[in-house]
Write a protein that binds this ligand. Structure first.
Ligand SMILES: NC(=O)c1ccc[n+]([C@@H]2O[C@H](COP(=O)([O-])OP(=O)(O)OC[C@H]3O[C@@H](n4cnc5c(N)ncnc54)[C@H](O)[C@@H]3O)[C@@H](O)[C@H]2O)c1
Length: 272
C-alpha cells in the first residue's frame, strides 16, 4: 500500500539537516506540504533542502523557528493557519545534546538543554493545538504529533544525564497528552520516537566529547564511533532515512490506532 499524505500539512522542527531533513524530504515525497523550520542561522541549508524538495515535485517552505522561543512559535503557527488553513502533522525533532559529568553541569546549561529539548516540544504542542484541532475533528484520520525522544530516554548512559533527563521527560509528556487528547476527543494522536545512534552531526559531536572524557575506554572519536556501533545488536549506526521511515508511518493514516506508543528505532539497543 502506498502512503499518501497529499491532503496533509506537516511542520518539522530542526529540519535543516540530520534526521529532520530526511523527515521533511520523506513527508514531502509522499505528498505532504511541509513547513521546514530551523534556527535562522541554518537558513542556507534549509533553503537548499526546500529547493531540492521543489525540484523533486514536492511542496515545502522554510520558516525560521527557535523552538525555545514562544513568540517564534506564535508567529509560525499564525503563518500556518493563514497559509494552509490548518496543520495535520507536527514533528518535534529539534534537539541538542550535552556531554558532561553531572557535577560539572551549570544551572545555565541545565536551563539551556531543557529549554530546547523539553520546552521546545511543550511550546510546539501548545501552539500547534489550536491550528490542528479543527482540522483533526473534521477528518476521520485526525492529526498526529511525533515527539523525538531517544534510546537515552529509556535507558541511562554515563555523562549524558542532562540529555537523558530531557528525553525521558519527552517520553512521558507524549504518553500523558496522548491520553488527554483521547479523553478530550481531539482526534489527535501523540507518539514518541526513540532513535538509537544515528549517523548525524549529533553523533560526531558525541564521539568527540565522549572520547575526550575517555568514556568506554576510548581515546579518539574513531574509537568512540566503533564503540557506538557495538552498542546495538545490529552492529551499526542507523541512517536518518531509517528514522524518517518511522515518522512517515506515524504521520500517515496507517498508524490510525497508534497513540501513546514509544517507537524504538535503535537496532535493538534498548531491547538488550
Ligand atoms: N543522532 C542520534 O544518534 C540521535 C539519537 C537519539 C535521538 N536523537 C534525536 O533526534 C533529533 C534529531 O537529531 P539529529 O541527530 O538529526 O541532530 P542534528 O544535530 O543533526 O540536528 C538537530 C537540528 O536541530 C536544530 N536545532 C538546534 N537547536 C534548535 C533550536 N533551539 N530551535 C530549532 N532548531 C534547533 C539544529 O540546527 C539542527 O538542524 C533530536 O531530537 C535528537 O535529540 C538523535
Amino acid at each position: 500500500m502506498e502512503i499518501d499524505l497529499s491532503e496533509k500539512v506537516a511542520l518539522v522542527t530542526g529540519a535543516a539537516g540530520g534526521i529532520g531533513a530526511a523527515v521533511a524530504r520523506t513527508l514531502a515525497a509522499s505528498g505532504a506540504a511541509v513547513v521546514v523550520t530551523d534556527l535562522e542561522a541554518r537558513a542556507e541549508d534549509a533553503g537548499k533542502l526546500v529547493a531540492e524538495i521543489e525540484r523533486d515535485g514536492g511542496q515545502a517552505e522554510f520558516r525560521a523557528l527557535d523552538v525555545s522561543e514562544e513568540s517564534a512559535w506564535q508567529a509560525v503557527m499564525q503563518h500556518v493557519a493563514e497559509t494552509y488553513g490548518g496543520l495535520d502533522v507536527l514533528v518535534n525533532n529539534a534537539g541538542v545534546v550535552l556531554v558532561k559529568p553531572v557535577e560539572e553541569v551549570s544551572l545555565e546549561e541545565f536551563q539551556w538543554i531543557t529549554g530546547i529539548n523539553v520546552g521546545g516540544a511543550f511550546l510546539g504542542v501548545r501552539h500547534a493545538l489550536p491550528v490542528m484541532k479543527k482540522r483533526a475533528a473534521a477528518r476521520p484520520a485526525g492529526g498526529s504529533i511525533i515527539n523525538f525522544s531517544s534510546a537515552m530516554g529509556i535507558k541511562g548512559y554515563p555523562y549524558g544525564s542532562m540529555y537523558s533527563l530531557t528525553k525521558g521527560a519527552i517520553r512521558l509528556f507524549s504518553k500523558s497528552i496522548a491520553l488527554e487528547f483521547a479523553d478530550l476527543g481531539y482526534n489527535i494522536r501523540v507518539n514518541s520516537i526513540h532513535p538509537g545512534l544515528v549517523d548525524t552531526a549529533m553523533v560526531e559531536q558525541e564521539s568527540e566529547e565522549l572520547s575526550a572524557l575517555g568514556a568506554m575506554g576510548t581515546s579518539t572519536p574513531d574509537e568512540m564511533r566503533q564503540a557506538f556501533q557495538a552498542l546495538n545488536p545490529l552492529g551499526r549506526l542507523g541512517t536518518p532515512q531509517e528514522l524518517a521511515n518511522a515518522v512517515l508511518f506515524l504521520a500517515s493514516d496507517l498508524s490510525s490506532f497508534v497513540t501513546g506508543s514509544e517507537m524504538t528505532v535503535d537496532g535493538g539497543e534498548t531491547a538488550a
